[in-house]
Design a protein around this ligand. Structure first.
Ligand code: FES
Length: 150
């Protein structure tokens, strides 16, 4: 067990944890940041996506010891009032069906647009390839990302 200072959503959290504890468990169980979801636990579905220094990462396989070295943003910290352009487009296009994957989808899309504000359809497909939607809302996800791009 060790102590870690985590920079999450512009706040510092101090937690005691085993070094290999996945960040996802820390977020959900220790910090109550439950917007980030558990899907597969093996980096295959994207439900747990957060930003590490602005890059989309799978928090289910990111050890807390590694997370402590970077600036983490979760869906709760993406915008002040849920008004990030991707979140606004998400609502406008009415993307979610069950909604379980959407936090991860939105975090992946936001990371993409922060690096590439006007991605092509192919670039969107590549960037979003690791985010699975069991309801099959891919067409609306694509539409929302195009709407959110400048
Ligand atoms: Fe992390 Fe599926 S829960 S990728």
């Amino acid at each position: 067990m060790a102590q870690y200072n985590l920079q999450i959503n512009n706040r510092t959290y101090t937690v005691d944890a085993e070094p290999d504890t996945p960040l996802l468990w820390i977020l959900r169980d220790n910090l109550g940041l439950v917007g980030t979801k558990y899907g597969c636990g093996i980096a295959q579905c994207g439900a747990c996506t957060v930003h590490s220094n602005g890059n989309a990462v799978r928090s289910c396989v990111l050890p807390v010891s590694a997370a402590a070295k970077s600036k983490i943003t979760t869906i709760e910290g993406l915008s002040e009032k849920g008004d990030h352009p991707v979140q606004q487009a998400w609502a406008e296009v009415d993307v979610p069906q069950c909604g379980y994957c959407q936090a991860g989808q939105i975090m992946s899309a936001a990371a993409l647009l922060s690096k590439n504000p006007e991605p092509t359809t192919a670039q969107i497909e590549t960037a979003m390839n690791g985010n699975i939607c069991r309801c099959g809302t891919y067409h609306r996800i694509q539409e929302a990302i195009v709407l959110a791009s400048s």
